[in-house]
Design a binder for this molecule. Structure first.
Ligand code: SAM
Length: 331
């Protein structure tokens, strides 16, 4: 439904944001996301084509979606990414953001800038080469950190995503916060979710949002909470004297569903109206039936009217337990 030209879902939440996973492949093997041997990747024909993705973005933009985040897998491992970005950057008023692990982004920085892309989320769970290697199972810390510095120097708005895990990167909580003193980046600590591709989940989450906050406050008692914008998932805090800020994303506790403004499209073309659902519509099959833009729009409008209230409802409605890898979803 629309109110004052704004697309709303069945709970009255403004719908403005698409997260698009352009591939399920990744060049890292982060332990919280995939088993060491990786996952079975989809054959190329099972993935949405660039043309299909462009069409969906164009139609959704026409419905009022004003922000798209390109994610994956790792977006930069799929050939054709830059042509696709060039194509969708022609859509007026559409903000294009990227989420990347930062390994391959370096050679594209100038081009991204010239396309008007200003915002990059970079995954960086540790500020130490050995811990980075242990978590990602790849020895790419140096290149990622250099690319982080280059993105900042080139004026990109950079958010660092760090999943906090017991026994793996606890010392990085404060190290990452210290990084915001001289670097104008936003560090976002993410609660670990069970999307690790194995279905194995620890009973309780040790590093939940409350514990992360307590850890930060133990060193920065004066940090100030920043008012959350609609659709924002991070509770952000400013630390006096720091150029950047810190934020906590209660991704497992799901405290922010009340203002959720996003839907996801997975690499194989499943629509997810909540991160915790198991795919509510096979858009790829529908697109390949040869449907019109009006039919595409109608089916999307219908899906927007059936969104679960929150991630707990979505999880309850799943056919099976969570055992998929985040690389197939896009985070
Ligand atoms: N390859 C890109 C990257 O590394 O940022 C984009 C895809 S990655 C799946 C997107 C985000 O999902 C990353 O920030 C990652 O930290 C997050 N993520 C993956 N698995 C997660 C999990 N089990 N719990 C919490 N966050 C997770």
């Amino acid at each position: 439904m629309y109110k004052d030209n704004q697309l709303l879902d069945n709970h009255g939440r403004p719908m403005t944001y698409l997260r698009l996973a352009v591939t399920d492949r990744c060049n890292l093997r982060c332990s919280y996301c995939m088993p060491a041997e990786g996952i079975v990747y989809m054959p190329e024909r099972e993935l949405l084509t660039w043309a299909e993705m462009s069409r969906v973005v164009r139609v959704m933009h026409g419905m009022g979606i004003n922000k798209v985040r390109i994610t994956g897998g790792e977006p930069f491992v799929r050939n054709g990414l830059m042509d696709f970005l060039t194509e969708i950057s022609a859509l007026k008023g559409l903000e294009i953001c990227l989420t990347s692990n930062g390994v391959l982004i370096g050679e594209y920085i100038d081009q991204l800038k010239s396309l008007g892309i200003r915002s990059v989320n970079l995954s960086l769970d540790a500020l130490d080469r050995d811990r980075f290697k242990q978590i990602t199972r790849r020895d790419d810390y140096e290149i990622v950190f250099q690319n982080l510095l280059r993105l900042v120097a080139e004026g990109f708005e950079v958010k660092i995503n760090a999943v906090v895990m017991k026994g793996q990167n606890e010392q990085d909580i404060l190290a990452l916060a210290a990084l915001t003193k001289d670097l104008p980046v936003s560090v976002r600590y993410i609660e670990e979710m069970p999307f690790n591709g194995s279905g194995l989940v620890e009973g309780t989450l040790f590093w939940n949002h409350e514990r992360i906050l307590k850890e930060l406050k133990s060193v920065y008692p004066d940090m100030k909470s920043v008012l959350m914008r609609g659709g924002e998932t991070a509770n952000r805090y400013e630390i006096p004297g720091h150029l950047g800020d810190v934020g906590i994303i209660a991704a497992f506790s799901r405290t922010f569903c009340g203002t959720c403004n996003r839907v996801r499209l997975t690499a194989k073309g499943q629509v997810k109206t909540c991160l915790y659902d198991d795919g509510v519509f096979d858009l790829k099959a529908y697109l390949r039936k040869g449907i019109s833009d009006e039919e595409l729009r109608d089916v999307l409008l219908g899906l927007y009217q059936k969104r679960p209230l929150d991630g707990f409802e979505a999880e309850k409605n799943r056919k099976g337990v969570i055992n998929e890898s985040m690389t197939t979803i896009g985070g």
